[in-house]
Design a protein around this ligand. Sequence first.
Ligand SMILES: Cc1cc2nc3c(=O)[nH]c(=O)nc-3n(C[C@H](O)[C@H](O)[C@H](O)COP(=O)(O)OP(=O)(O)OC[C@H]3O[C@@H](n4cnc5c(N)ncnc54)[C@H](O)[C@@H]3O)c2cc1C
Length: 450
Amino acid sequence: MSAPGTASVNIVGAGLAGALLALLFARRGLAVTLYERRPDPRQATPERGRSINLALAARGMRALEQAGVMERVRPLLIPMRGRMVHERSGATTLQPYGQRPHEVIWSVGRADLNRVLIEEAALHARVSVRFSQQCRGVDVRGDSLAMRDLSSGREYQVALAPTIATDGAGSAVRGGLAAAGLTRVREEWLDHDYKELTILPASAGALERHALHIWPRGGFMLIALPNTDGSFTATLFLARNGSQSFAALDQPRAVLEFFQREFADALPLVPDLPKQFASHPQGQLATVHAAPWHTDGQVLLLGDAAHAIVPFHGQGMNAAFEDCSVLGATLDRVPDWPARFAEFERLRRPNTAAIAQMALENYVEMRDAVLDSGFLRRKAIAMELERRFPDRFIPRYSMVMFHPEIPYGEALRRGALQAQLLAELDPGENGTADAVLAEKLISERLPPLG
Ligand SMILES: Cc1cc2nc3c(=O)[nH]c(=O)nc-3n(C[C@H](O)[C@H](O)[C@H](O)COP(=O)(O)OP(=O)(O)OC[C@H]3O[C@@H](n4cnc5c(N)ncnc54)[C@H](O)[C@@H]3O)c2cc1C
């Protein structure tokens, strides 16, 4: 464990990862200065244009438990037991996520969760949280961060000493490292954007609260997650350009016609749809590939700053929280910052690459496959195999969402073996899967989970 009294660590960005990391560091006796561009969320209204609620799952919850904040977070959570699939006809079906009572995911408001984490971090005497402080770049040779106080306009510098950058997908620190040739960055932009719409409690009607709602439409989709105040936040994911695209929805009438045609049962949920559509921002989505994530013990990128992913597996925050927990544990085992940063990157890179890939694949599953009879048949076989061989077969979605002891990389690897096995066992329409063959294939190809 690092001794109290070492120089203060800088954390740039008091978002979800930065605030949790400050808390985990403080619990280990480290002094932390947290710099955040936004004003204090305890006094200001939340920023618009970032996702309003998120799905929290077992990996994120494990890190929150390690930080000792789960009891404060729990009242903010709403369990979502499955996907409520809304067909064009208006028919709905609940597809459970798992098959045990605890196999649910949790809807949580970003602003509430962030505020609790900041409050808990700020309770520690050795944590200093500085709001309205924008990082403008990094000079590794000169050992400094370039900062601006947004309330006074004053520019100043801070010694790196070291710095963890948790300043999100558009990280200024990552930009500074890239400009100095210290990291290579590739941003892989999706050609689909998103827009959030609010379903007020008064119009939510009978919309099931304990589900994640999906209106899958092949090339695009609408989803909705519940909030604790009885409202829901809906998100439309749609191509930026083309015949069915945001670009084509440039008039209130086009928006109404599109919803009437594609999401007729959702239209009454958003009575002021044209107004919300025109005033809410259209967000872009990307996977960020950066390498390396650290310089020699001075700067480390973590969370979205290192590896932003598309949101379709509901894992970006969960992965960022898992990063915090891995870095915290590294502090306990590894004596100095250069070795800690290198060890963090060695452990995390294969796993964050795996979740980046699975997140992209899940977009197709959510917007398209959930209505496909073959997908539903293989899902039922997978659930049956998990019941019969729980130490060898766990559906990939469950490994990612409910089994934090299985690294993402392992979930991807075993998931590919399982998909092949399911294809071989799939009996087609009206058939029954061969139970003897299932047992043989599983014992040959899937060793017991560690
Ligand atoms: C539409 C959408 C839906 C999502 N849904 C889910 C979900 O269901 N489940 C899930 O797990 N993940 C989800 N995610 C991903 C999740 O939002 C991110 O992975 C998560 O926020 C990453 O946390 P972070 O702390 O790394 O970055 P952020 O939460 O973005 O925090 C970055 C912080 O740094 C601050 N900052 C930025 N620049 C500077 C600067 N120059 N100087 C100082 N401070 C700065 C910001 O103000 C912010 O507070 C979703 C993302 C989107 C876009």
